[in-house]
Design a protein around this ligand. Structure first.
Ligand code: ZN
Length: 233
């Protein structure tokens, strides 16, 4: 499985906010500010599937720009979209607020939306995606993606919870939220992730969604994913 890290940061970093491209055609999250990089580096041309982990702006606010690009190109097919419940209401509100309501009409015709919920398994091309509802805002989802050879976990934004532990137990590699140094009720802290690394010594962890001072604290203790980095598992 090929995993390209589009962004590894969050809204308070110079780096792009966290998102990934899997096997060149599946985009996980479309954070605000990420479209510029995706578009100018020609990363969108093969994207046929988008997965949104949750509805915070640093995970989906640039989706309308991708849809606008498809509209300009007179895209006639269906973009597959996996997202938490309520997508159409939220997308209508977003496009209305951004004064691009004609984008909403196009999206209605050219997006095939599947709702994520806890425990649901989806098949995307040759991959099996298992969904885990994690502890962040309601309806936030992490995943395990399995290509039959390797199982890769994506924590999404989350605090410590049972679902995260289940996800880790199913994975050999996990891209994990390490947002803060201090304990935090919406995200994982450095010490929590270092404890997970001790507890699950056979799992390889890669920090994502991290602040620069977190990266400094993690240096040489766990792997840190960087913008533009490509992993082949
Ligand atoms: Zn969030």
């Amino acid at each position: 499985m090929k995993i390209e890290v589009v962004g590894s940061g969050n809204s308070w970093t110079k780096r792009l906010s966290t998102s990934f491209i899997i096997d060149d055609h599946i985009l996980i999250d479309v954070p605000q500010g990420s479209f510029k990089s995706l578009f100018t580096n020609k990363k969108l041309e093969n994207i046929d599937t988008v997965i949104l982990t949750h509805y915070h702006s640093d995970h989906w606010a640039d989706l309308h720009l991708f849809i606008q690009t498809l509209k300009h190109k007179k895209f006639a097919g269906k973009l597959k979209l996996f997202a938490p419940e309520g997508f159409w209401n939220k997308y209508e509100t977003l496009t209305s607020a951004f004064c691009v309501s004609n984008n909403f009409e196009f999206a209605k015709q050219h997006i095939s939306y599947s709702q994520l919920y806890n425990g649901k398994i989806f098949k995307i091309a040759n991959l099996k995606l298992t969904t885990y509802e994690v502890l962040h805002i309601p309806n936030t989802f992490g995943f395990v993606i399995d290509d039959g050879k390797t199982k890769i976990g994506f924590s999404a934004d989350t605090a410590m919870c049972d679902s995260l532990i289940k996800l880790i137990k199913k994975s050999s590699h996990v891209f994990i939220d390490v947002s803060s140094i201090e304990l935090n009720k919406n995200h994982l802290s450095v010490n929590e992730v270092l404890n997970l690394k001790k507890e699950f010594e056979n799992v390889n962890f890669y920090a994502i969604h991290y602040l620069d001072d977190v990266a400094f604290k993690l240096k040489r203790k766990i792997n840190i994913a960087h913008d533009g980095e490509i992993f082949n598992f």
